[in-house]
Design a protein around this ligand. Structure first.
Ligand code: DX5
Ligand code: ZN
Length: 221
């Protein structure tokens, strides 16, 4: 699989959301990364179903939904109906993770699990074969614009090894503090998908910034 760039809508201009969605449609972006926060699992509230519905109406690419919420099982079917292609839940928020993953797949979506910076990769040993995606948080979830945690490189390598030894089809996504300064190193370590919020949307030319990131990751592919 070629390496992918997933701009995070969290850093978009919500008063011009359609404009920013069209910008991503017409850019080298591969996925739309959509962060849903409930103010309980993380100390911030982002947006919910009506905004996802509005994004889906215009988005022409994969919609990668990252749930930072407690008890995600309650909303799996609705996220599927609202157009999510991938649904990622947090390891730390799921008591019955295996059941949750099966329910996501049964609803027709790709299933992902996100790990907080402190959660070891080895926690996924017994579920890795069932996963389509692991999202390694390279910041503490809840906010855009934070600094990248360098321990992530070690976790990428550990995860890559776990995936390879288990013959799992799972892909590795990195979320938080991604820039043109760490993109190459992340791909080199084994990442497949890079999420980038502030670095893309706070730049002078987001379309160009996405192209530059895509070029960096393609060189390593
Ligand atoms: C953080 C979110 C990220 C965030 C990334 O909780 O999961 O997706 O939008 O933003 P940046 O790229 O600004 O760190
Ligand atoms: Zn995210």
């Amino acid at each position: 699989m070629s390496k992918l760039i997933a701009p995070s809508i969290l850093a978009a201009d919500f008063a011009n959301l359609q404009r920013d969605v069209e910008m991503l449609n017409n850019s080298d972006a591969d996925w739309f990364h959509v962060d849903i926060m409930d103010g309980v699992f993380v100390p911030n509230i982002s947006f919910g179903m009506p905004v996802l519905k509005a994004i889906s109406k215009h988005a022409k690419k994969v919609i990668d939904v990252h749930l930072m919420i407690v008890d995600p099982d309650r909303y799996i079917d609705i996220f599927s109906k609202l157009g999510a292609t991938n649904l990622t839940v947090h390891y730390e928020a799921c008591t019955h993770l295996h059941r949750t993953i099966q329910a996501i797949k049964a609803a027709g979506m790709k299933a992902g699990v996100a790990l907080n910076p402190h959660t070891p990769v080895s926690s996924l040993e017994d579920i890795i074969k069932d996963l389509d995606l692991v999202c390694l948080m390279s910041v503490n979830p809840g906010f855009g614009g934070q600094s990248f945690i360098t321990n992530t490189y070690k976790k990428i390598k550990q995860l890559k090894q776990l995936i390879d030894t288990s013959n799992s089809p799972c892909k590795i996504e990195i979320d938080g503090g991604v820039t043109d300064q760490n993109a190459d190193e992340l791909i080199k370590a084994g990442a497949d998908i890079l999420v980038a919020g502030s670095f893309v949307f706070k730049s002078n030319n987001p379309t160009q910034t996405i192209s530059n990131l895509k070029q960096i990751v393609t060189k390593r592919s």
